[in-house]
Design a protein around this ligand. Structure first.
Ligand SMILES: O=P(O)(O)OC[C@H]1O[C@H](O)[C@H](O)[C@@H](O)[C@@H]1O
Length: 613
């Protein structure tokens, strides 16, 4: 517990206005809300400073706001509420930290407050100091970047205070991509204060606008689950011991020592150099290509102006390049159907050769060919496998668990590689590819249907932009060898990939408060559902369990397959079904339904609906 002085007002107001923004016109958002939000209502540790000008601001908002504006004026000294270790631990999301960073969504209280963030950053610094054990004369350097979220600035400031207070040097990159942050631990450049010893990306990837979170990197890659738990435990202890004096000291140290560097310039020029090199050191190898980019108002807008244009491509018709943390156009996620429809429309309307789409922090990507054919999910994996297997014949391609049977046939029969279908989760596939190499099985590509992908040649960096660079290399080399312009060369590479007639993903929720859980965790309950399903499948002659499987229950039957597994993070059992026809898919769905029906805490309504179609 610690007292923080200053006259403050809870920042419910801004959050409420953010919600209103979505309903109001773009013009209002640009003209009225954004310029004022930062200028007139500075945040002070999770609160808004209540200044004279803020009163005017309140009036401006009220004019447009048809709902209630909540302003909880606080006394001149507020207490930082105590936060249990359990609350800190709940912020873990696999190998990331995720929480709610702004008010505005009913039932979603803010969990990633500024003091909590400050404690997490201080904990990362302590973790890093333990790992690196620097010579006492040397200070560690940590870079911080963020995506386009509306909470980015306040969290960046809190992270800076946490790091500076813990005695490490802080370098802010501003708007950046997740892969660029990892890259900053590898880049060698004194001018850009690289390599840094550690890096923090502030992002919640494609999640809604009110969320935010952190990804951490060292030169060994992204931190894993065990390290994240360690950091959150340390953070809870640090938080408990916060004092007003300590917080002020951190604030002072951050104000004195934070440096700012335009690191994205280094990162983008590396991407440009990679394409030029692959094209035989041609300066503008994409001359004549028309490529549209959809950044979904995330951090990926740089790809059009800083990568494609210097390489000679025309990028007119690119959309949603400007950062907007309310994501007013579509969810920035290549797995999202509406997002894929948006980039497909842009390709067709502009008669472009290729479309490229990124998620908010640019670690996921997908493409669309000249004819409007989506190159995402299994097709993107097939395409990347074709490119990588040309360079490394026979290599193993590691993918997530929801990949299709057709993809295995394509990789193994057509391309002559090995398909190692592993678990869901980008970190899982990357770690598995690294492990295979360490035990003597060569693997050059780890990739998920979500659009995450990493190559051995690129330090196993999970980088959506680099995946797209590999496609650009292919376009440039096809043009140079006279095969032709356009993106047909990419379309041809996935020729022969068998596609299912029907492919669905249904997400079955587990009600964590249901008495059927008998006080156990949703994971235990989910495991029990899976075990029961596996037993039922064993006694059904029409169904065969996959002989090798690393996650959930994967079963073949009726010419198709299904996979029921536990979500990596949520109390959900995602069910993927692929089949030649809808009838076959329904038969598979009915088999699952019959087996799971007795589990009353499992919400099967999505499956019920599917089998009734
Ligand atoms: O298990 P799910 O709920 O389907 O989520 C799985 C996904 O979670 C996160 O978004 C990870 O970044 C992805 O790598 C992973 O594929």
């Amino acid at each position: 517990m610690a007292a923080v002085s200053g006259k403050v007002i809870q920042h419910v107001l801004v959050a409420h206005c953010c919600q209103q923004d979505r309903k109001l016109s773009t013009q209002y958002r640009k003209d009225c809300c954004i310029p004022y939000r930062h200028k007139l209502l500075p945040y002070i540790r999770g609160k808004l400073a209540w200044t004279d000008i803020s009163t005017m601001q309140l009036r401006t908002f009220s004019k447009f706001n048809r709902g209630i504006v909540y302003c909880n004026a606080a006394p001149s000294a507020t207490i930082i509420p105590s936060v249990d270790k359990g609350v800190f631990l709940k912020l873990q999301n696999g190998s990331d930290i995720r929480g709610v960073a702004v008010y505005g969504v009913e039932g979603e209280p803010v969990t990633l407050t500024e003091p909590v963030t400050e404690a997490i950053a201080a904990a990362f610094a302590a973790w890093l100091l333990d790992r690196k054990k620097p010579d006492p004369s040397k200070r560690l350097k940590v870079s911080i970047g963020h995506d386009s979220r509306i909470s980015a600035q306040k969290l960046q400031d809190a992270v800076s205070r946490g790091l500076a207070g813990a005695g490490v040097d802080v370098i802010q990159y501003g708007l950046a991509s997740t892969p660029a942050m990892f890259n900053s631990t590898l880049t060698k450049s004194e001018d850009f204060l690289c390599p840094v010893d550690g890096s923090i990306m502030i992002t919640a990837s494609h999640l809604p606008y009110n969320r935010n979170g952190f990804k951490f990197f060292t030169d060994a890659g992204g931190l894993g689950k065990v390290d994240i738990k360690d950091i959150l435990e340390r953070a809870a202890d640090i938080y408990k011991n916060f004092t007003d004096e300590g917080l002020r000291d951190a604030e002072r140290k951050a104000a004195e020592s934070v440096k700012r560097v335009d690191y994205m310039t280094v990162y983008t020029s590396d991407l440009v150099a990679a394409v030029r090199k692959a094209a035989g050191n041609v300066e503008r190898p994409l001359e004549g290509f028309h490529i549209v980019v959809d950044a979904g108002n995330g951090a990926g807008g740089f790809f059009a102006g800083k990568v494609l244009e210097p390489l000679g491509a025309i990028t007119s018709g690119s959309q949603f390049l400007e950062p907007d943390g309310l994501f007013p156009n579509h969810i920035p996620n290549p797995e999202d159907k509406e997002a894929m429809r948006a980039i497909t429309r842009a390709v067709l309307d502009n008669k472009a050769d290729l479309g490229i789409i990124f998620d908010t922090d640019v670690d996921r990507s997908a493409a669309v060919d000249f004819s409007g054919r989506e190159l995402n999910r299994n097709r993107l994996i097939a395409l990347m496998s074709a490119i990588v297997l040309e360079e490394h014949p026979g290599t193993t391609i590691v993918t997530d668990s929801v990949t299709s049977d057709g993809l295995t046939t394509f990789i193994e029969k057509k391309l002559g590689g090995r398909h190692h279908r592993f678990k869901r989760g980008y970190k899982n596939v990357i770690d598995e590819a690294i492990r295979l190499n360490s035990v003597g099985e060569e693997s050059h590509l780890a990739i998920e249907t979500s659009g995450h992908g990493a190559l051995k040649e690129n330090h196993w960096l999970d980088d959506g932009a680099y995946l797209m660079v590999k496609l650009l290399n292919k376009l440039a080399s096809a043009k140079a060898s006279g095969v032709g312009g356009g993106s047909k060369v990419l379309t041809d590479l996935v020729d022969g990939l068998e596609e299912p007639g029907v492919a669905v993903e249904l997400r079955l929720k587990i009600d964590q408060n249901h008495s059927d859980l008998k006080g156990g965790s949703f994971r235990e309950y989910g495991e029990a559902v899976l075990q029961h399903l596996a037993n039922v499948v064993n006694s059904d002659p029409k169904l065969q369990k996959a002989p090798v499987n690393y996650e959930g229950v994967r079963v073949s039957g009726y010419g198709g397959w299904f996979l029921l597994r536990l979500s990596l993070h949520d109390p959900v059992l995602p069910l993927n079904i692929e089949a030649p026809s809808n009838d076959d898919a329904v038969k598979l769905g009915l088999a699952v339904l019959a087996a799971v029906n007795e589990f009353k805490a499992l919400d099967t309504s999505a499956l019920n609906k599917f089998v009734q179609v």
